[in-house]
Design a protein around this ligand. Structure first.
Ligand SMILES: [Zn+2]
Length: 431
């Protein structure tokens, strides 16, 4: 018997500040200095992680923030290579760690425990009280300790005093600088409109008023190149130069897909927030969406497996789609809270099997991937639009603080929303 759908409502809380990220163009000498800063920040961060990991009952507490800073000062006196670096970059890495720990201990925050940073992962460090100035229409520069002014591409208006700048090196070898900024409000007029959104695993995003949006995909050629590189890398010597080149090529393809995905999420979220007062989405289970492709056993050879390229590519596409939904949810939340729109998240279970007209819930209602036809009342609709309308109805009930009947087969169960959560939503009748 399937479990009972429970309404989940989340109020936006953790994503009010966004980052304005621009491509950074250090010259060769500056690039080397930036890499040294990255190394030092990583070293200091990892020491803090280690101190934290050492903690056990009976061993006492790991050093507090001020004690850690003192230890860093001592370490700089003892280690000339550390002292040669920027003390402000190293201190900032510890403050970064403090913030990550605070987020970890905050119950409502999904942030996990701060982890070791690998030399192979994304690198970066933070500049405190960063100064940035504009050079021309498309160029600006940011002051980095010991590097002087480093040029970056100026794409969006920056806050007058950005406070800090985060400088990163991605796995494809490109530098970026991010400045924190409040999310600007999307210009909109309250229209008295509420919308539900269905996130399909196959094709697109479908809204309760029947709009379809297609998410970016990895092209066949890109997927083939990526998978070929992946196989090549498995055969290459660890730490070899060829392997590093393959890794960069893969990271480059992934970065291109990420860019397109972010661009898509920006456009769709702005459009939805501009046109609606309430947006209801499904609470995501992105982990369930990205399963590894199942291995295909070789019939001629028990225990052996056949190559599974098609499944590997499908897995790649699904992963991208899942990350699209993640990016879209985040941006919708950020823009909604800055613009007076309410974003709600509801339990997605049975939204695709439930009839919007009579509430009958059965797998047989799904005539095909695209068509919904209720076996009880005969109501028929586009399958994803029907699901989106269910999402909307659940969200509106939750926003009104009403008891939500869950149309699960055999269950007449209910879920309540606390008055505080209900107050976060505006009360409107279903569209
Ligand atoms: Zn029906």
């Amino acid at each position: 018997m399937p479990a009972t759908p429970v309404i989940v409502v989340s109020a936006h809380k953790y994503s009010l500040r966004v980052a304005i990220r621009n491509r950074l163009y250090p010259d060769a000498e500056q690039g080397e200095l930036l890499a040294v800063h990255c190394g030092h920040a990583r070293f200091v961060w990892n020491l803090a992680v280690e101190q934290q990991a050492w903690r056990r009952p009976g061993r006492g507490n790991p050093p507090a923030s001020a004690a850690r800073q003192r230890q860093l000062a001592e370490a700089r006196q003892a280690e000339p290579w550390l002292a040669a670096g920027s003390s402000s970059v190293q201190q900032q890495a510890l403050r970064d760690f403090d913030r990550a720990m605070a987020a970890f201990f905050d119950k409502g925050n999904p942030a996990g425990q701060p982890e070791f940073r690998s030399k192979r992962g994304r690198q970066g460090f933070v500049v405190r009280d960063a100064k940035a100035r504009r050079l021309s229409r498309h160029w600006g520069e940011v002051q980095v300790p010991k590097c002087g002014w480093v040029r970056f591409r100026w794409t969006k208006p920056l806050p007058a005093s950005p406070g800090m700048a985060r400088i990163t090196l991605d796995r494809a070898g490109k530098w970026h600088v991010s400045f924190p900024a409040p999310q600007p409000a999307v210009s909109r007029e309250p229209a008295g409109k509420a919308i539900g959104v269905d996130l399909g695993v196959r094709t697109a995003l479908v809204t309760s008023d029947g709009q379809h949006y297609r998410a970016p995909r990895i092209s066949g050629r890109q997927a083939a190149r990526y998978l070929a590189a992946q196989q090549r890398m498995a055969r290459q010597h660890k730490k070899s130069r060829q392997r590093e080149r393959t890794r960069r090529a893969m990271a480059g393809i992934a970065a291109g897909v990420t860019r397109r995905r972010q661009d898509w999420a920006e456009k769709i979220s702005t459009r939805l927030v501009a046109a609606n007062d309430v947006i209801v989405l499904e609470k995501l289970n992105t982990k369930g969406m990205v399963r590894k492709p199942a291995p295909k056993p070789d019939p001629g050879q028990p225990g052996a497996f056949l190559p599974n390229r098609a499944r590997a590519k499908a897995g790649l596409s699904r992963g991208i789609l899942a990350s699209c939904w993640g990016a879209l949810s985040t941006r919708l939340e950020q823009k909604s809270s800055a613009s007076g729109t309410t974003a709600l998240f509801v339990d997605p279970r049975f939204t695709s099997q439930q009839c919007r007209a009579c509430g009958h819930t059965a797998r047989e209602n799904r005539e095909s991937q695209a068509v919904f036809a209720c076996v009880a009342c005969g109501h028929s609709d586009h399958a994803d639009a029907n699901a989106a309308r269910n999402v909307l109805a659940r969200g509106l009930l939750a926003a009104n603080g009403e008891v939500v009947p869950a149309h699960a087969p055999g269950h007449g169960a209910y879920a309540c929303v606390s008055p505080r959560q209900a107050a976060a939503g505006t009360t409107r009748s279903a569209a």
